[in-house]
Design a protein around this ligand. Structure first.
Ligand SMILES: Cc1cc2nc3c(=O)[nH]c(=O)nc-3n(C[C@H](O)[C@H](O)[C@H](O)COP(=O)(O)O)c2cc1C
Ligand SMILES: C=C(O[C@@H]1CC(C(=O)O)=C[C@@H](OP(=O)(O)O)[C@H]1O)C(=O)O
Length: 358
């Protein structure tokens, strides 16, 4: 199976290419009878869609999802939900002169080998970040179903190079804060750092370069006891889904890699009783113990790499002629993927969490 996952009863399958006619998603296993706020779906998807604000690709796409099955009069039928998004602003000529030159950091070469030279190279084909538009449609639906069950999720940009936002308080992060942060583009807790982040991105773009960053996600309202040990735990499903977002290179839950340098006495989260509920005083475990929710907020960080397609000249190879070449990439690329990737990460994680609660 490629570009699809099945977690329990929930399956999500994404299709299309960046410069093809359309892209889309089929979601199966959703509960019937849930009303969907379609305007809220569009708002969620608008957070990912390209914007002409200096941080994003200049490609102009509306990302409107045409629902072709699974929803009648705004209510989920419970049978496969399919949405199709037309591609409207392809500039395939940008890729013609470089079509067999492997873009360093992109999937042209690996895709060529994997698909016997038949992969669609225009705009990165099925490997393009464009394919996250249908993922975000699915994530928007997941977000509303989670919300109806009292589970709220959100993410923000934790850092882009040395421009850093505050972290979520892993113990006390709450639904109001998550809703507030995700309503912002750029999604930040401390909006004072917005200009610094924009400057870092603009500076990289001016140098014909790109930058990556870190996204922080949190989910609140999950009761204790959801998940499984070993291979089908919450961390497993979230990681599998999150790595479906192109340009993700790392994920850490709770205190993550920092645990390697802690004593047990620092890392352990002591249990306590608050208002009759079992909680922990700290949350280095990121809300997950043994693959199962503890009832504390789920918190994780994702490392996004800098956009591979940069305008600076780079050395590469033509994999059809077996010659070394110099590559100058043209086209309309994101100088930084991170702002538009925030709703993609939310979507992937929301679907993984949803798979346990439907
Ligand atoms: C929202 C989003 C936008 C992206 N925009 C670009 C882009 O404009 N140019 C580019 O080269 N890569 C872009 N990428 C990243 C590439 O698609 C990705 O690096 C490539 O497919 C290789 O996959 P990998 O980095 O996961 O190994 C984007 C990714 C996402 C999630
Ligand atoms: C179009 C989108 O992002 C695209 C992601 C992308 C890539 O290589 O990942 C490359 C660019 O596409 P193209 O060169 O085909 O115009 C971006 O514009 C989108 O996210 O909607």
């Amino acid at each position: 199976m490629s570009s699809a996952f099945k977690f329990g009863e929930l399956s999500v399958s994404i299709f299309g290419e960046s410069h093809g006619k359309a892209i889309g998603v089929v979601i199966d296993g959703l509960p019937g009878g849930i009303g969907i706020d379609f305007d809220a779906v569009l708002d969620f998807m608008a957070r990912r869609a390209p914007k002409k604000d200096g941080t994003s690709t200049m490609r102009s796409e509306k990302d409107f999802p045409n629902v072709v099955s699974g929803m009648v009069d705004g209510v989920l039928t419970g049978t496969p939900l399919c949405a199709v998004i037309q591609n409207t602003d392809q500039h395939s000529a940008d890729y013609k002169s470089v079509s067999h030159l492997a873009r360093p950091g992109h999937a042209d070469y690996t895709g060529y080998v994997r698909y016997n030279g038949s992969n669609d190279l225009r705009g990165g084909g099925h490997f393009s970040g464009r394919i996250t538009a249908p993922l975000v449609f699915a994530g928007a639906i997941a977000s509303q179903i989670l919300e109806s069950k009292g589970i709220t999720t959100g993410a923000h940009i934790l850092s882009i190079m040395d421009a850093g936002d505050e972290r979520f308080d892993p113990v006390n992060v709450n639904a109001e804060q998550l809703k507030q942060v995700r309503s912002r583009y750029l999604p930040l807790i401390n909006t004072d750092v917005e200009q610094q982040m924009r400057d870092v991105i603009a500076d990289a773009a001016a140098k014909l370069d790109s930058v990556g960053g870190i996204i922080e996600y949190a989910a609140v309202g999950l009761p204790a006891g959801i998940g499984s040990p070993m291979f089908d735990g919450i961390e497993n499903r979230i990681s599998q889904a999150v790595f479906g977002v192109p340009a993700v290179k790392g994920i850490e839950f709770g205190a993550g890699f920092d645990v390697a340098n802690m004593y047990g006495s620092n890392n352990n989260d002591e249990f306590c009783i608050e208002n009759g509920e079992i909680r922990t005083r700290t949350n280095n475990h990121g809300g997950i113990l043994g693959g199962i929710t503890s009832g504390m907020p789920i918190v994780f960080h994702v490392a996004m790499k800098p956009t591979p397609s940069i305008a600076r000249l780079q050395k590469t190879v033509d994999y059809t002629t077996m010659t070394e070449e110099t590559l100058g990439i043209k086209g309309r690329h994101d100088p930084c993927i991170v702002p538009r990737a925030v709703p993609c990460i939310e979507s992937a994680a929301n679907l993984a969490i949803l798979s346990y609660v439907i």
